[in-house]
Design a protein around this ligand. Structure first.
Ligand code: CP
Length: 323
């Protein structure tokens, strides 16, 4: 039986089952084909209204949600918190209710507080999409990351929970404060990959083992076997104290340097959700090199966000994506 999307919101990867992740990926694949045409637009969301509400900075997520809505022919408005009535003390709930009162169908929220999108979703009949909440989840990032991995390594005929079976993925860096890491741990695990988290003890607590992943505090132990290495930046904005002695020490212990790259598999896939700190978590030339898919991740983000908007507004899946 084919999978049907049955959620009002997309708040996290954790509650999704592998078939639902597969439905989003299959729908995104159809939209990626649309994006390769000379006219990159379909009428799927004509008459719908999408609001981008970003209470934290963003380049990729905000722009690609806005473009995705436009490619689907929705009316879209982007609001930055600095120029909104948040500045006058309006609450998140009141902001959401007011945006909904303008007959918005979808509100996309990025917020520094974990749980803010869920709080809003429980109070609105409009759909809510989590565009990153604190260190909790960033579901569309994990969907685009796994989509990108599937393009190269996916077992397309396998059951939904085995599409990445046998694949070894290392996520390296500031795990503790990373919503990207948390969403990817869920998404990659649900698709059957073996995930190893790598970072200093202060940024990688032992509790992560409970999520079914391996833990290492030495990047050199995982390089030779990893099919995919995902680097994460240090999230200084979420850290209240210095959690490693110096940047130089971090680079020497955890940075993907040229020397370390020589010990990786020749076909290793190098990923980063962005923004990159060149020369810190990754050598600048490796970020631009042949093994890097960092910009492919961004390209795929547009198709993923089109798929999510389409499914949340009643779209039926890849078979419903029309010219
Ligand atoms: N990957 C990501 O969320 O990037 P932005 O912060 O630029 O949206």
């Amino acid at each position: 039986m084919s999978t049907v999307w049955k959620h009002k919101d997309l708040l996290a990867i954790r509650p999704l089952d592998p078939a639902e992740i597969g439905l989003i990926h299959d729908t995104a694949r159809a939209f990626k084909e649309v994006l390769s045409r000379s006219i990159k637009k379909v009428p799927s969301l004509r008459g719908k209204t999408v609001i981008n509400l970003f209470v934290e900075p963003s380049t990729r997520t905000r722009t690609s949600f806005e473009l995705a809505a436009k490619r689907l022919s929705a009316d879209v408005v982007s609001i930055a918190s600095e120029s909104s009535s948040f500045k006058k003390g309006e609450t998140l709930k009141d902001t959401g209710l007011n945006l909904q009162a303008m007959n918005s169908d979808i509100i996309i929220l990025r917020h520094p507080a974990a749980g803010a999108p869920q709080f809003l979703a429980e109070r609105l009949h409009a759909g809510v999409i989590n565009a990153g909440d604190g260190a909790h989840e960033h579901p569309t990032q994990a969907l685009l990351d796994t989509f990108t991995i599937l393009e190269k390594f996916g077992k397309h005929d396998a059951p939904a929970d085995q599409k990445l079976a046998g694949l070894k993925i290392a996520i390296v860096g500031d795990i503790q404060f990373s919503r990207v890491a948390r969403s990817n741990i869920w998404a990659m695990g649900k698709l059957g990959a073996e995930v190893t988290l790598v970072g200093p003890t202060t940024l990688l607590p032992q509790e992560f083992r409970r999520l079914g992943v391996k833990i290492s505090h030495r990047i050199d132990d995982v390089l030779a076997e990893a099919n995919v290495i995902m680097l994460l930046r240090i999230q200084h904005e979420r850290q209240k104290q210095q959690l490693f002695p110096s940047l130089g020490e971090y680079i020497s212990l955890f940075g993907l340097t040229h020397e370390r790259f020589k010990r990786c598999r020749p076909d290793v896939m190098i990923m980063h959700p962005g923004p990159i700190n060149r020369g810190v978590e990754i050598a600048s030339e490796l970020a631009d090199g042949l093994n890097s898919v960092i910009l492919q991740q961004v390209t795929n983000g547009l198709a993923i966000r089109m798929a999510v908007l389409y499914l949340l507004t009643g779209g039926s899946g890849p078979q419903g994506v029309k010219a």
